[in-house]
Ligand binder design. Sequence first.
Ligand SMILES: [Zn+2]
Length: 237
Amino acid sequence: MKYSGIIIGKRDVREVDRLYVVYTLEQGRLSMLGKGVRKASAKLAGNLETLSHVEIYMSKGRGQGNITGAIALDSFLSLKADFSALGRVFYAVSYFNKFITQEEKDEKSFEFLLEYLRVMDALAASGKGERKYDAVTFGFLFKFLENVGYGIDANFCSVCEGKITGGGNYFSAKRGGIICGNCRRQEGGTVRIDDHSVKLIRIFYKNRIASLSKLEVSRRDISNLKIVFQEFANWIK
Ligand SMILES: [Zn+2]
């Protein structure tokens, strides 16, 4: 079987083997065994680096098959050479890994991940700065969570259903949405959400990941988005 996949994890097993976690277009997350890839003579390992987009061949269709060949389609070398971009990508992939299911096809999640890696690689190559990495990373994460069933209604209060207006709003992980200042008094476990963060979440949902690199975000925006995202993601899983 041939797959289009992104390597999202690996660990050494037995003496010379390595187990890879590959997110595939065709079947979602798959575990694949690279037999003998740690031998000095093995050529396969160079095409199986973490975060690379690969065409990969596996000897059986389901479960933990053996890798019989791999061609690197995109290695994202600029991204891998930039530690601050890479740190964000590992952060995002750790959440991605948490929310995807084993052997379940999800083309949209695959496309999001691939587009995210491409955009981060291009940003790293252009040297446009760290704030861009953050906007794209949280854009990817909010879009991905929405795609797997955890969208946030950024327009209406999750309790009274009133329109969300500026000033004094909160995010409730339990309700998976924003609540207004009035309703907050009856709700526990909320975090403050800035007006600009509400606006950014709306923008994330409406736009492609590639366009998000044009956004201007402040350090404060990012720290608020991160609090909201982590509150939500950790509550779900
Ligand atoms: Zn309300």
